[in-house]
Design a protein around this ligand. Structure first.
Ligand code: G1P
Length: 241
């Protein structure tokens, strides 16, 4: 299985530092955030990893290079326009090929590093077409929220709903396993929340097409680093371990 790390987002809420430094390179403890994701992929045997970069993101390439230092093989694709996570994933279609692949967002902090083990085993056991890592979410307006059905199936999804409109407390924490059908679904996705091509809407198309889309709760600590407060929380968490 190959890995894909979208890292093209602008990091507006972390400006001004993100005017010069991609948020994925901010240090949590003694490592850049994105290194934790790469280490976690390596721990489950995924060593061919593609990173989606964009404008003002060249420092990621300078920092990670070929991946040799980290013991992985990295390649890079470019998302020219900041038009959503759906398009970010689609930009790697030509590299991913026909096999299932794992997506982990490059700006999310997870601990412990073994957080991918269970979801991969679960996906294979379920023979799912897609599996999303979820957790109980405090603020649904920052996440893709799911409507869980029986037997770990997702029956509906909404991107960043209000508290009142959220279908449950379970939301996506930036971990996905897909088979190649996701690319066809992204092609048919229309601009959604914020005028962007949302991955959540593409997954909804897979559900409507009748594919088996499952969820798996991810144990451990998760912090989606979007603001300075999140960044401080992640650092405080690690230094208190
Ligand atoms: C993205 C996804 C959202 C998901 C979140 C996890 O949002 O669109 O569905 O819940 O990542 O971090 P973003 O954080 O890029 O706004």
């Amino acid at each position: 299985m190959k890995g894909l790390i979208p890292a093209a987002g602008r990091g507006t809420r972390l400006e001004p530092i993100t005017l010069a430094i991609p948020k994925e390179l901010l240090m949590v403890g003694d490592k850049a955030i994105i290194e934790y994701v790469i280490d976690a992929m390596k721990m489950v045997g995924i060593t061919e990893i593609t990173i989606v970069v964009g404008w003002r993101k060249h420092a990621i390439l300078d920092y990670l290079g070929s991946g040799e230092r980290l013991g992985v093989k990295l390649s890079y694709v470019v998302q020219d326009k900041r038009n959503g996570l759906g398009k970010a994933v689609f930009s790697a279609e030509h590299i991913i090929g026909e096999n299932p692949f794992l997506v982990v967002l490059g700006d999310n902090f997870f601990y412990p590093k073994t957080f991918l083990k269970d979801i991969l085993a679960f996906h294979q056991e379920k023979k799912a077409d897609a599996t999303m890592g979820v957790a109980e979410i405090e603020d649904p307006t920052r996440h893709g929220m799911i409507k869980p059905g029986e037997d770990s199936i997702i029956v509906d999804m909404v991107e960043k709903p209000s508290v009142e409109n959220s279908p449950s407390k379970l939301g996506c924490i930036g971990i996905y396993i897909f088979n190649h059908n996701i690319f066809n679904a992204i092609k048919r996705t229309k601009p959604g929340f914020n005028g962007e091509y949302q991955l959540t809407d593409a997954i909804k198309i897979m559900i409507d097409d009748g594919y088996q889309v499952c969820y798996k709760e991810i144990k451990g600590k998760h912090i989606d680093i979007g603001t300075l407060e999140d960044f401080r929380k992640a650092n405080a968490y690690l230094s208190n371990l």
